[in-house]
Design a protein around this ligand. Structure first.
Ligand SMILES: Cc1cc2nc3c(=O)[nH]c(=O)nc-3n(C[C@H](O)[C@H](O)[C@H](O)COP(=O)(O)OP(=O)(O)OC[C@H]3O[C@@H](n4cnc5c(N)ncnc54)[C@H](O)[C@@H]3O)c2cc1C
Length: 464
């Protein structure tokens, strides 16, 4: 491996070795959970294999909503996020007193008004991605009975079953490594998933949604100079249009210094015809392309696009056909399993939720390498993870698409000038968003633990 950073303390022999492929939000959250939840008597050895030369991320924003925020609290990650936007307000988890997104129709030259505010029980965390990644990385250094080694510049190509049990990991350049459990947290183009379904027909692969997202960071001071007090610097906004399937999302990040800019347009018919995305999935684009996309929109939008200094275009792909997320001692999580469109701001959150449930299951005292009296083997433990997470997280892929269409007034939601229409539209959006706070992640963990204990109980019955 090209580089290794490690955290070692004297510990009992690990019960098994977990290889995590990918050091994004999902992979790091899994390592942090395994370290935090470690069983002193039977810790685990963790290896993170990351393709990039360091654990880093793209320069863009990320929003985190109540369900996921709860796990960041529990893992101690929130400590590293103090001072970030939204970090100061926890709410009581029920009363919806915080402002989520504000919606406004903007595809006309005349100034319009905000027409709906999405209320949520806890302020969303509005962050630069590097802030989240740094906070997760800090979580790798907590004192723990388990150990974690990070291997950067280690791109997994495939894996094979090892004769001695577990899996052999194969990396570019020919290096190999062994693990008892392999978790693919390697994103939408996952090599772990590709190996898992290499002989599956039809092929399991990312599908282009027809959506392209322009991403940029706007300096708040630039916007203030142009339009003092502009609301994009203060609140999360979705500005919609009634034609051409476009919308624009902005929210302040980096403690208020930058504004995260994501502008969407859709290529008609591309999703339905299962077209391949032309060219590189992420590429630099001239700022003129971004400005042209919003030509003729109200001044409020023009002010923001004028401040875009550089931009990238992302072909948005989803994973909507993954048949399962576990195969023997191998599991996938996050975008590898359920890459979704971005309209709930939840893909990263769901990756971390997968990681949290999976990490707690693997670290649990009732999980062992092999089945024993009162303990389940890792294969059974991974199946519990699949039962709790697979259907729930995968269902969000379609739900996200539906809410995105609503933002663009599709499917019969033609805007009407009366308040009653805005109320109905807002209720529809709120109903679609509700899962972000209605169903607590803690309940999912309790369900997972019960399944695990039931399985462990069966090992006792089998021995009677
Ligand atoms: C425009 C846009 C806006 C978004 N906004 C939000 C938001 O507000 N909130 C939110 O929660 N989500 C958001 N998302 C989604 C979010 O970015 C992803 O869902 C999230 O990054 C997935 O995390 P992950 O850990 O599964 O994968 P990734 O973040 O893709 O991380 C995968 C890691 O694996 C590494 N890797 C890849 N292949 C290999 C290999 N073969 N071997 C070793 N390492 C490998 C990569 O280098 C990377 O570090 C947005 C996405 C987009 C495109």
């Amino acid at each position: 491996m090209a580089s290794q950073e490690s955290t070692h303390i004297r510990v009992p022999t690990p019960k098994f070795r977990v290889a995590i492929c990918g050091g994004g939000p999902g992979g790091l959250a899994l390592a942090v959970t395994l370290l935090r939840a470690a069983d002193r008597a039977a810790p685990v050895a963790i290896d993170i294999y990351e393709a990039a030369p360091e654990l880093a991320t793209v320069g863009a924003g990320i929003s985190v909503w109540p369900r996921t925020r709860a796990l960041l609290e529990e893992l101690g990650v929130m400590e590293g996020l103090r001072g970030e936007i939204g970090a100061g307000h926890e709410g009581d988890g029920r009363e919806r007193r915080s402002l989520g997104f504000t919606f406004r129709k903007s595809d006309q030259p005349q100034a319009s008004k905000n027409f709906f505010e999405l209320q949520v029980p806890t302020d969303p965390l509005l962050l630069h991605r590097s802030a989240l990644l740094e906070a997760l990385k800090r979580g790798l250094n907590v004192p723990s009975a388990s150990t974690c080694t990070v291997h950067t510049s280690s791109r997994l190509v495939s894996y094979t079953s090892a004769e001695s049990g577990g899996v052999t990991l194969h990396f570019t350049g020919g290096a190999t490594a062994h693990a008892d459990v392999l978790v693919g947290a390697d994103g939408v183009r996952s090599a772990v998933r590709q190996t898992m379904f290499s002989s599956h027909s039809p092929p399991v692969q990312p599908r282009w949604t027809g959506v392209v997202a322009y991403r940029s960071l706007v300096r708040k001071e630039d916007l203030e100079r142009l339009a003092k007090g502009h609301q994009a610097g203060k609140r999360a906004m979705v500005v919609n249009n009634n034609h051409n399937a476009q919308h624009l999302v902005t929210y302040p990040i980096s403690r208020g210094e930058d504004i995260n800019f994501v502008g969407f347009y859709t290529v008609p018919g591309a999703y339905e015809s299962k077209a391949s995305y032309p060219g590189k999935w992420v590429r630099d684009v001239p700022v003129e392309d971004v400005k042209a996309c919003y030509e003729g929109w109200e001044d409020e939008v023009q002010a923001v696009t004028k401040c875009v200094k550089k931009a990238t275009a992302w072909g948005i792909h989803v994973m909507d056909d993954v048949p399962r997320c576990v195969d023997g001692p191998v599991a996938i999580l996050g975008d590898a399993m359920h890459a979704m469109e971005t309209h709930f701001g939840a893909g990263g959150g769901q990756a971390m939720e997968d990681a949290y449930i999976l990490g707690r299951i693997l670290a649990h005292p009732r999980t062992a390498l092999y089945s024993q009296s009162g303990k389940v083997d890792v294969g059974t433990a991974l199946k519990v993870y699949e039962r709790v997470r697979f259907r729930f997280a995968s269902s969000l892929v379609e739900k996200t698409r539906v809410v995105g269409k609503l933002y663009e007034f599709a499917n019969g939601w033609e805007p009407e000038p009366d308040l009653a229409w805005a109320k109905r539209w807002g209720e529809e959006v709120t109903n679609l968003w509700k899962w972000q706070w209605d169903i607590a992640l803690g309940k999912d963990w309790l369900a997972a633990e019960k399944m695990l204990l039931d399985e462990a109980g069966r090992t006792l019955e089998a021995r009677l």
